[in-house]
Design a binder for this molecule. Structure first.
Ligand code: DC
Length: 214
């Protein structure tokens, strides 16, 4: 495979294991990992800091335009900067979770994220909701991860030390809000990861890539 064309897309609902899988696959292939959700999350942080109304597209775009948001892709995971401040560790809070999906519905914000992603030079592994279907339809390797909401909630609750039932309720609400943009590409490999360990999912994805392109 020509490395300049090597794009691996990993899409799926919240807490389906996309980011851990994408990170593992990137490490196995020795290429950077790009998280599109981190750009939406950085935009959400800008909206929170500006006190903008997440439902008002114009206000959201104004809040985003007031800051310089940069994504620096790395094999171990992206670093995100809001102006000169590194905010990578501040993007997985319940507050950001609540704001991110209402703002991710605005077409102008989606266009802003998609443009930033299209400027990145392959090779990379990218995760998100619509990477294979909308942003990189030409990507040679596409995967869609799914898992039962209860399994996903348990995984995330463990990660964050929160109550699994509360996490499950929030996750189901976010699934509902994200539904329109979370559609598998027709040529994506669909993986139900409910009964799989992270290592098994990573191995399965890497195997599929190597099988098609030894
Ligand atoms: O993958 P994540 O949980 O970090 O994504 C955060 C939010 O951003 C999620 O609620 C939906 C939105 N998102 C999106 O709409 N499209 C993407 N490609 C990535 C994320």
């Amino acid at each position: 495979m020509d490395r300049r064309r090597l794009i691996v897309t990993i899409d799926g609902p919240g807490a389906s294991g996309k980011s851990s899988t994408a990170r593992g696959v990137a490490r196995a292939l020795g290429i950077p990992y790009v998280s599109s959700g981190m750009l939406y999350r950085a935009a959400a942080l800008a909206v929170l800091r500006e006190g903008a109304d997440p439902g008002d597209e114009e206000a959201v775009m104004r809040a985003v335009a007031r800051h310089r948001i940069r994504l620096v892709p790395r094999v171990e995971g992206d670093r995100v900067f809001l102006d000169d401040e590194e905010v990578t560790e501040k993007l997985h809070t319940a507050e950001v979770d609540r704001v991110v999906s209402p703002i991710a519905r605005h077409p102008r914000l989606r266009a802003w994220v998609n443009e930033a992603l299209k400027e990145l030079e392959p090779p990379f592994v990218v995760d998100g909701r619509d990477m294979g279907r909308v942003v990189f339809p030409e990507a040679p390797y596409k995967f869609f991860l799914w898992a039962d909401p209860r399994v996903r909630a348990e995984r995330r609750a463990r990660q964050r030390g929160e109550d699994p039932r509360k996490v499950e309720a929030e996750l189901r609400a976010r699934d509902e809000r994200d539904r329109a943009q979370t559609e598998p590409a027709p040529d994506a490999v669909f993986l139900d990861t409910s009964g799989m360990t992270l290592e098994e999912v990573v191995d399965r994805v890497v195997e599929e890539i190597r099988r098609r392109d030894p």
